[in-house]
Design a binder for this molecule. Structure first.
Ligand code: FES
Length: 80
């Protein structure tokens, strides 16, 4: 599964960095390193709803406060 986090300037301001760090920690915690590939991408043309994150091409809006929920529903559920 490929998870891409927008690191464009608008999303960066809204917290893409802490989101990437939290996702990395969650992936490690659940030992999903070979199943989930995290990467960054530049602006996804969805700045208003940032932080933009795609999961296998499907676009989501994630906030630093909602990362855990997002991980559980969109990543953990799908990957197992
Ligand atoms: S900066 Fe992330 S969608 Fe534009």
């Amino acid at each position: 599964m490929k998870v891409t986090i927008c690191i464009g300037s608008s999303c960066h301001l809204k917290g893409s960095r802490p989101i990437i760090e939290q996702l990395q920690d969650l992936v490690n915690e659940h030992n999903l390193q070979d199943k989930v590939e995290l990467s960054g991408a530049f602006c996804m043309q969805n700045c208003v709803n940032g932080v933009s994150v795609t999961v296998d091409g499907e676009l989501f809006s994630v906030k630093p406060e909602t990362v855990k929920d997002f991980f559980e529903t969109q990543i953990l559920e799908t990957v197992k």
